[in-house]
Structures are given as C-alpha cells and as structure tokens.
Design a protein around this ligand. Structure first.
Ligand SMILES: [Zn+2]
Ligand SMILES: [Zn+2]
Length: 189
C-alpha cells in the first residue's frame, strides 16, 4: 500500500472516532497542511468525507436515503453509482445499468462517476472500468450491467453468467441497444 493510501485509510479511521480539523490531521501524520488538504480533497471526491465549518467528518451514509435518478428505486450500497456533476452537484443511481443510463442523459454535465467493483465492492472510476452487460443474472435492473476494475475478472464472470464484456463507451451503447430492443418488442405486442 502506498503511503498516501495508507494515510487516507488512517484518516478515515480517525474520523470514525470524531471530527478533526485539517491542522489536527497534519499534526497527527506529521505532514504539511498542503498534503492533508490533498488527501481531504480526494476523499471528498470519493464521497467518503465532508467538510463543515472547518472540520472534517465522515460522510453520513446517505446512500440508504437516496433514490435512483433513473428508476427511483431505493439505493442499495452494494451496487450504487454516484455521478458527480459540475457545480458540485451529484446524483445517485442504483446500479451500473441506471448509472450508464444516467450518463446518457446527463453526459455534458458529468465530471466523474464512481461505481462499485462487483467483486471487491471498492469504488472505481466508471470511465476506466469494464462492464458485463446483459448477463443471465440481474440483481438490480435489467438488462443488467456489472462493473469490474479488471478486464480479466469481467471475462471470467461473463464465461459463467453470459453477457458481453465491454468498455465504458461500448457498454453505454449496448445498454441503449438492449433497452430500445425491449421497447420495440413491447410496442409490437
Ligand atoms: Zn435505478
Ligand atoms: Zn438498478
């Protein structure tokens, strides 16, 4: 684990006990305020902490109170997606399926997207993740989409459960294609 990573992990642990100021954190780790601010900024971007009146605290787990911007389902922390929009706004989606749909709608406003890796549950950058779209199982919305930080794991998953392994751009297209197929079938009934 890199020093930065290790420090950020410890910061989260410290914040579990109580709120801290950046100065306190810098003193504890014996690093410059600038370094601490950089850690804080990154943790903030990952949606893990928040700043209020000069103190840093762990972000309340707001995912349980959130609804999906696409299907308005309650958000389950295991699959949730956060889309960070410009002007510091963000919206939540229940799973990569809705996350990708939300990006199609909001793309020009989206600055970054954090998804959960299906295996590790770690937050990952959606733009560089791999997706299995249209697998036989769909724990949330269908056609299902699963996010993986590792292409090899995505391929193993799709060998077991079907679906296509795609990068972000192609996953967007594939979800859209499958959704419009669904609509067409419905209309022809
Ligand atoms: Zn949804
Ligand atoms: Zn969903």
């Amino acid at each position: 684990m890199s020093r930065e990573k290790e420090r950020k992990r410890k910061i989260l642990e410290l914040l579990k006990e109580k709120e801290r100021t950046p100065k306190e954190l810098a003193d504890i780790f014996k690093v410059s305020l600038m370094t601490i601010y950089r850690d804080i900024k990154e943790l903030e971007k990952e949606g893990l902490i928040e700043r209020k009146h000069g103190t840093i605290s762990l972000k309340e787990d707001e995912s349980s109170l959130q609804h999906c911007v696409i299907c308005s389902k309650d958000i389950d922390g295991r699959f949730n997606v956060i889309l960070f929009l410009n002007e510091g706004k963000k919206v939540h989606a229940c799973c990569p399926h809705c996350g990708l749909m939300a990006f199609r709608k909001l793309s020009d406003k989206v600055e970054s997207i954090i998804m959960k890796d299906f295996v590790s549950c770690n937050p990952v950058n959606a733009f560089t993740s791999w997706y299995v779209v249209g697998a036989d199982i769909s724990p949330c919305c269908s056609p299902s989409a699963f996010a993986f930080s590792d292409r090899y794991i995505a391929e193993k998953f799709s060998k077991g459960f079907g679906g296509k392994v795609l990068d972000f751009e192609d996953a967007l297209e594939e979800i859209h294609r499958l959704m419009s197929l669904g609509t067409r079938i419905k209309l022809s009934l």
